[in-house]
Design a protein around this ligand. Structure first.
Ligand code: SAM
Ligand code: SF4
Length: 319
């Protein structure tokens, strides 16, 4: 919602000129830095400047480079094969302080990316607390939630951490074990505690969302996933699509790209079931599979198309 408003704002030349002037009078101090940066970046975006004067408004950091799961659909298998002895690359508070020159300007920080489990990083709570208290950065983490233990849940609630996106690609114990290789009871227990503590403390954050990437092997799981979403106080279930990759399913043609009609029927079932149970889905309406060629298809590629947007995001991944 905020992102959509910002995009609209950036499309209005008069508003972005005013924003740039306003940025010049906002002092670059403490939490004000990020608002100054947003105002300045709206001008860079609005006028499609290729060289931007602002700092990144969104940053993505993978705070570690290992995972405790081996989900069949994930490229972790490729990474484990190519880089079996990779370093853990643990980001701690001293590294975060070293990044402060741009983090202090950042509006939104995502702890995600790559094939890793952010909450295996034992400094996670300390980092979240520091960045929230000092800069009030909006933060989100994409996690399997197996390590979202009580201490960490308490810290995230107390510091006002914004959003936890839980990978939840199966809802039954057996299918979860088969596809995600972990124990769903541990995850559910962690989320239950988080929900209870939020209620006790009258806290609205962190909001919990589920990420459900649909394919042929987990299509039957949606009733369990929706049921768990309701039980565990999940605000939104994101209906995604399995995107393939170099993983354990790569030769199995599990994507509904190979059976569009069946995929769209499952999508209809999911959306009607969620409507009956009053569960929010994102996107709010089904994004159907179509027979159209994607715009990155080599035969359908527009080579003269230029990206009109300046650099606004910064990504920190490593191996
Ligand atoms: C690679 S994970 C990293 C974060 C964390 N370990 C987790 O699973 O949430 C980033 C997101 O991509 C999803 N993902 C991984 N492989 C996928 C695939 N082939 N298709 C669709 N989503 C996938 C994961 O479930 C997760 O939500
Ligand atoms: S999807 Fe996430 S939890 Fe599963 S193996 Fe990949 S990085 Fe680990």
């Amino acid at each position: 919602m905020i992102e959509r408003l910002f995009k609209k704002f950036c499309g209005n030349k008069i508003l972005v000129v005013i924003a740039k002037a306003a940025a010049m009078v906002v002092p670059p101090l403490g939490r004000l830095k990020k608002y100054r940066n947003i105002l300045a970046s709206s001008y860079s975006i609005g006028f499609q400047q290729t060289i931007v004067k602002n700092n990144p408004i969104r940053v993505l950091i993978a705070p570690i480079s290992i995972c405790n799961y081996k989900c069949l659909f994930c490229e972790i298998h490729k990474d484990n094969l190519l880089y079996p002895d990779r370093t853990k690359n643990v980001v701690d508070l001293s590294i975060i302080k070293n990044y402060e020159s741009f983090l202090s300007f950042c509006y939104k920080l995502n702890f995600s990316g790559g094939t890793e489990e952010p909450l295996l990083n034992k400094h996670f709570g300390e980092i979240a607390k520091y960045l929230k208290q000092k800069y009030g950065i909006r933060m989100m983490v994409n996690t399997n939630a197996s390590m979202l233990k009580r201490n960490l849940a308490d810290t995230l609630i107390n510091c006002g951490f914004d959003s936890v996106l839980v990978s939840y690609h199966a809802g039954s114990k057996e299918k979860y074990k088969e596809l995600m290789t972990g124990n769903i009871d541990v995850v559910d227990e962690n989320l239950k505690y988080l929900k209870e503590q939020k209620e006790l403390k009258n806290a609205t954050r962190p909001v919990i969302k589920f990420n459900f990437a649909l394919h042929k092997l987990n299509a039957d799981e949606y009733p369990f996933i929706l049921q768990k979403a309701k039980l565990l106080g999940v605000t939104e279930v994101i209906i995604n699509k399995y995107y393939g990759g170099r993983n354990r399913l790569q030769d199995k043609r599990v994507s509904f790209d190979y059976d569009i009609d069946e995929g769209n029927r499952v999508l209809d079932d999911i959306y009607s079931s969620a409507k009956n149970d009053d569960i929010n889905l994102s996107p709010p309406r089904p994004q159907y599979w179509t027979k159209d060629k994607s715009n990155w298809d080599s035969e359908n590629f527009n080579a003269s198309k230029k990206c009109p947007l300046p650099w606004t995001d910064y990504t920190f991944l490593k191996h």
